[in-house]
Design a protein around this ligand. Structure first.
Ligand code: TPP
Length: 619
């Protein structure tokens, strides 16, 4: 196996041409076999095998800096930097992260997980390098999907400030796909570049000419001296050109030698250069080529068929999807927005039924929110379905454009809470804190699947900014008999109990039930209240708890600025002298691992919570 010869960074440079030719197949086989057992981002990684190999042939690790946008496509980079053995524990607690992590390897240059950051980070590295008079190379790889994010354009605009004595290599990995088919004007622009035979012919002529060059150095210096003529020859893309960024390409992203030549040439050019590389998502594994969206992020699967190995029960996303379809039918004013997450956020059915009222804006959460504000002012009822961690991008837009104008925009916040294998960049544990800080905002969280449905209906009939947060995974089907009408700012008491009251938000109501059962075994008759609203809090209800020895707040959100601290503040203001025990995520980033394990680690599983309550009661 050629792979056995790859044990540390730069080992790839010692391979023979025959070994180099065999390596992509071996890496693909390795990825398919491992991910069939662990799950992970398969399709994107199958698409970047040769691209990564070419980069490892022209860069020197760890001296040079390579920044992956989003970072979900960096598995081959991990393999080529000596981490193949760790794939057995990919995305598991304590195991290899699914994204680049500086703490994991000195060959990872920037921690990522959220889209469109690579160009900014690369430019920062370049400026720092130039200021220090150092000479390492800096390369960023950005997908055509990630290029729909506003941050990438801010970097492109800033790139011309790079001294024309210095280089920044930007590689556009174009597979025409985000998670779904890519959208928007930029994607149309790239499509034109890809399909225009003139440019492809031009590329082939240039690569062909280079192939026949004996003295590479002389040619490179010639290219440098005749930059302008090369530029006019090779720069058909006015968008990049006009921003002062040299455009090279398109290049076949599965042809290692063609890429090595182009990257070497690009690295010898002064100033920022963008190399347009064409790859195929899922390349080399038929099921992933056929279903690139499904294999973008996959659970464990059967290699022969590509079929999932685990079936999952309906999740909150499915409930959301069903309710939105019905709501779309009943109310023609309702429109839905996604930032490139139509499948993940459950909007596929709405898109199919109401294509004119469905908007995929690309990976552009900030735009999505201000766009929703415009839709609301124009008389529509916009529902922005978004993962909690990605909504963080749009903090200012929610505050300034929606809340300040008190607009009726509905935020359907999926993956709110611990998400598991995607790890620290994706945990949805901040939204309660940042949303409840905003005037005019209402924040709800359902205890079970029926309550999500009721809350969505309530939100559509409401007037003003309103958010519903619900977690990843299976929708809770317990407590069906508790279905009181949703009333603004009113909690729902489930069991009165005595002495100890568990005041739980959303997903934590289920855990509260478990804790109450465990406390009962210890002779403690604890109550449960389903908070329903993180904002406004049910202050009247909290006033009825003054005689309890302890109020336990429970939330799948950070402690700082969260539900518990706000409940405590209300209780103290009302003169409560008992104990408020706050169960929440501590002030730290939460790594990857199964959600069950993470709850245990954070002492937020029901057994740990029971123990914490007993300790606090001195039992
Ligand atoms: C801010 C943000 N929003 C959404 C996502 C979810 N997401 C992860 S990868 C991806 C698509 C990226 O497409 P592209 O950059 O073209 O990479 P490809 O997988 O196609 O190679 C999306 C939307 C994210 N990581 N960050």
């Amino acid at each position: 196996m050629v792979l056995d010869k790859i044990n540390q960074p730069n080992d790839i440079k010692n391979l023979t041409p025959e070994e180099l030719e065999a390596l992509p197949g071996e890496i693909r086989q390795f990825l398919i076999e491992n991910l069939s057992k662990t799950g992970g981002h398969l399709a994107s990684n199958l698409g970047t095998v040769e691209l990564t190999m070419a980069l490892h042939l022209v860069l020197d690790f760890p001296k040079d800096k390579l920044i992956w946008d989003v970072g979900h496509q960096a598995y081959t980079h991990k393999i080529l930097t000596g981490r193949a053995a760790d794939f057995e524990h990919l995305r598991q607690f304590g195991g290899l992260s699914g994204f680049p992590k500086r703490g994991e390897s000195d060959c990872d240059s920037f921690d990522t997980g959220h889209s469109s950051t690579s160009l900014s980070a690369a430019l920062g590295y370049c400026m720092a390098r130039d200021l220090a008079g150092e000479d390492y190379k800096v390369a960023a790889v950005i997908g055509d999907g990630a290029l729909t994010g506003g941050l990438a354009y801010e970097a492109l605009n800033n790139a011309s400030q790079l001294s024309n004595k210095s280089n920044c290599l930007m590689i556009l990995n174009d597979n025409e796909m985000s998670i779904s088919k890519n959208v928007g004007g930029m994607s149309t622009n790239l499509e034109r570049l890809r399909t225009n035979s003139k440019y492809v012919g031009l590329k082939n002529r240039i690569i062909g000419a280079l192939e026949h060059l004996r003295n590479g150095d002389r040619i490179i210096s010639k290219i440098r001296n005749t930059k302008n003529s090369i530029k006019s020859l090779m720069l058909p893309n006015m968008l990049f050109e006009d921003l002062g960024i040299m455009y090279l390409g398109p290049v076949d992203g599965h042809d290692i030698q063609a890429m090595v030549k182009t990257f070497n040439m690009a690295l010898s050019i002064h100033g920022p250069v963008i190399v347009h590389v064409i790859t195929k998502k899922g390349n080399g594994y038929e099921p992933a080529e056929r279903h690139p969206s499904r294999f973008h992020g996959t659970d464990i699967f059967e290699i022969e068929t590509g079929l999932p190995q685990r079936s999952s029960n309906p999740g909150y996303t499915d409930v959301f999807s069903t309710v939105m379809r019905k709501m779309g039918d009943r109310n023609p004013e309702v429109v839905c927005i996604t930032a490139a997450m139509a499948e993940g956020a459950g909007l596929k059915r709405f898109r199919n039924m109401f294509p004119d009222r469905f908007f995929d804006v690309g990976i552009a959460e900030e735009h999505a929110v201000t766009f929703a504000a415009g839709l609301a002012l124009g008389g529509r009822v916009p529902v922005f379905a978004v993962y909690s961690s990605f909504l963080q991008r749009a903090y200012d837009q929610i505050l300034e454009d929606v809340c300040l104008q008190n607009l009726h925009v509905i935020f359907a916040i999926d993956r709110a809470g611990l998400v598991g294998a995607d790890g620290s960049t994706h945990q949805g544990i901040f939204d309660v804190s940042f949303l409840t800080a905003m005037p005019n905002m209402t924040v709800m969280a359902p205890k079970n699947k029926w309550e999500l449905s009721d809350m969505l209906k309530f939100a559509v009939a409401f007037d003003g900014p309103i958010a519903i947060r619900y977690p990843r995974g299976e929708a809770y089907c317990g407590l069906k008999e508790h279905r009181a009408d949703i009333v603004l700012g009113k909690a729902e008491e489930i069991k009165r109990g005595s002495k100890v009251m568990l005041f739980a938000l959303g997903s934590m109501v289920k855990k509260a039930e478990e804790v109450v059962a465990q406390l009962e075994e210890q002779g403690i008759d604890a109550g449960i209240c389903n908070a329903r609203f993180a904002k406004p809090l049910d202050e009247d209800y909290l006033s009825t708890l003054m005689d309890y020895d302890m109020v336990v707040t429970m939330e799948e959100n950070v402690l700082t600025g969260g539900f518990g601290q706000q409940v405590q503040s209300v209780m103290v203001d009302k003169g409560y002298t008992g104990k408020v025990l706050k169960i929440a995520v501590p002030d730290e980033f939460v790594q990857h691992g199964s959600v069950t394990l993470l709850f245990k680690e954070l002492q937020m599983d029901s057994e740990s919570i029971t123990k914490r309550i007993l300790d606090a009661l001195g039992k």
